[in-house]
Design a binder for this molecule. Structure first.
Ligand code: ADP
Length: 157
């Protein structure tokens, strides 16, 4: 059976931490769907289309990577796109506690989907989209936390 992983997140914005998780997961799966979960009630820093564009620009020609978006329950979106694995990154004990609850709930809802967690590379453990967003909001330089070659100005509208 084809191994399809869904990597869900807000990705507002997609950081070097996210990029590293995807690159490390690539040898493990046949396909990785990077899916932006969005909520129309929450105002993001980067619009959905811009977040999708940024992620596509990070992986310009990798046939194993698909970028998409969804609303609603992640586990239901997995079924829709036939993903049999859910990929998540773990940075801290707080991440672990949060992910454990969600992972176990997801497993109870759909035992056929396995959650797979990769520990963050130590050099990325402090990289956090919320803080990157604050830096950008106040006009700071966040380039060292973003994938190489990404000029965030292009995606801020
Ligand atoms: P969410 O709102 O779902 O937490 P994020 O965009 O913040 O969305 O994160 C998506 C996934 O990427 C989560 O599994 C998160 O733990 C992981 N992640 C975020 N930042 C890093 C990082 N610096 N290193 C490794 N994994 C990360």
């Amino acid at each position: 059976m084809e191994k399809i992983a869904l990597f869900p997140g807000s990705f507002d914005p997609f950081t070097i931490g996210h990029q590293s998780i995807v690159n490390r997961a690539l040898p493990l799966f046949d396909k990785i769907i990077i899916a932006i979960g969005y909520n129309t009630l929450k105002k993001p820093l980067l619009e959905l289309e811009k977040r999708m564009q940024l992620i596509s620009d990070v992986f310009p020609s990798n046939p194993k990577i698909v970028v998409s978006h969804y609303q609603g329950l992640t586990i239901e979106y997995c079924t829709k796109v036939k993903a049999n694995y859910l990929l998540r990154g773990l940075r801290t004990a707080a991440d672990f506690e949060y992910e454990r609850a969600i992972g176990q709930m997801n497993k109870a809802m759909n035992p056929g989907i396995e959650s797979v967690f990769l520990l963050t590379a130590p050099e990325h453990s402090f990289v956090n989209s919320t803080i990157v967003r604050d830096i950008l909001f106040y006009g700071g330089d966040a380039s060292k936390f973003l994938p190489e070659g990404i000029d965030i100005k292009k995606y801020l509208s």
